[in-house]
Design a protein around this ligand. Structure first.
Ligand SMILES: Cc1cc2nc3c(=O)[nH]c(=O)nc-3n(C[C@H](O)[C@H](O)[C@H](O)COP(=O)(O)O)c2cc1C
Length: 156
């Protein structure tokens, strides 16, 4: 084993296969979305999930001020959506989505969508952890997930 450094730590983390989500919000009638794979289930009762945002993220202040978010777990054919929301200036123009009664945008044709309230924020290292209570869910049992492994989309 080697002493951990930034490079080998990043590589180790890339060996943990994940799904990909877009965390989205509607702040003062403007839609925001960010590609996130730090998403994790946290608690069953109550239903809690978490994700973390880099302190350097340009939209950190928006998500900090938001009270609700949707978490959209992408399906295999939604690579372009992942790429779009990993950009600094993502566009919603080509995204199929609907707006829930509470204002949250949810992306169509995902494997799952979670409608959440942000209940806690915890600063740790160079990231901010968002803890969210899940209020509503939509699951699509017919679609397969978009997977990420070794810093690449994983499909086989
Ligand atoms: C697969 C993938 C997963 C990502 N996961 C996270 C994450 O969990 N947290 C985070 O802050 N940024 C994550 N990012 C980076 C953001 O999507 C985005 O690229 C970054 O915040 C830069 O945007 P900015 O210029 O608006 O700050 C991820 C990017 C990709 C492609």
């Amino acid at each position: 084993m080697k002493i951990v450094n930034k490079n080998n730590f990043k590589q180790s983390m890339s060996k943990f296969a994940t799904g990909i989500t877009v965390v989205a919000t509607n702040y003062e009638s403007i839609l925001y979305g960010k590609t996130i794979n730090s998403f994790s289930s946290l608690s069953l009762s109550p239903p809690l999930v978490l994700f973390s945002l880099d302190n350097k993220s340009s939209k950190l202040n928006i998500f900090k001020r938001s009270k609700i978010v949707s978490i959209n777990i992408l399906s295999k054919d939604q690579k372009t959506i992942s790429d779009n929301f990993a950009k600094n200036d993502p566009s919603w123009n080509k995204i199929n989505y609907k707006i829930l009664a509470n204002g949250n945008p949810v992306i169509n044709d995902c494997v799952s969508n979670l409608d959440c309230k942000i209940t806690n924020k915890i600063k740790q290292g160079d990231h901010l952890i968002f803890i969210c209570k899940v209020n509503k869910v939509y699951n699509n049992n017919k679609l397969n997930p978009l997977l990420y492994f070794n810093s690449k989309y994983f499909s086989r």
